[in-house]
Design a protein around this ligand. Structure first.
Ligand SMILES: [Ca+2]
Length: 127
């Protein structure tokens, strides 16, 4: 099974969702599973440094979506922006790729910093 390591490093310049700040975390939405980072309280520049091992069935076709959200105790969590990796076709096996993705649907120029390392492309890389 193809496996990709994704390190969620940090985000910068997030929107304010509470009164003065936000409590950000990241949802990593894959075709089969949703992974979630820790909530970092009261910051617009959170640092997570959390690693996730994500199984994908086809590195050329499968996309992964990252949704940054503000955690709230009393109401629904608010989205702070999202970004997407459309395909892993251009990634090199075993090589770290350092990415700063622009967060869409953010009112600020927010970015999400990731390091993506394909661990195994399985046998599905050939068409
Ligand atoms: Ca909050």
């Amino acid at each position: 099974m193809p496996l990709v390591k994704i390190k969620i490093v940090e985000a910068t310049n997030l929107m304010i969702s509470d009164i003065l700040s936000s409590d950000p975390y990241v949802e990593i939405i894959t075709p089969t599973k949703i992974f979630t980072t820790q909530v970092i309280k009261r910051t617009l520049n959170p640092v997570w440094n959390e690693e996730f091992y994500i199984s994908i069935s086809n590195p050329k076709m499968d996309s992964v979506t990252f949704v940054v959200k503000d955690h709230d105790h009393l109401s629904e969590d608010d989205p702070l922006g999202k970004a997407k990796i459309l395909s892993f076709a251009s990634f090199v096996l075993g090589e770290d790729k350092d990415l700063w993705l622009n967060l869409m649907e953010s009112k600020t120029e927010a970015k999400l910093h990731l390091i993506v390392t394909p661990q195994d492309f399985g046998k599905n890389l050939e068409p």
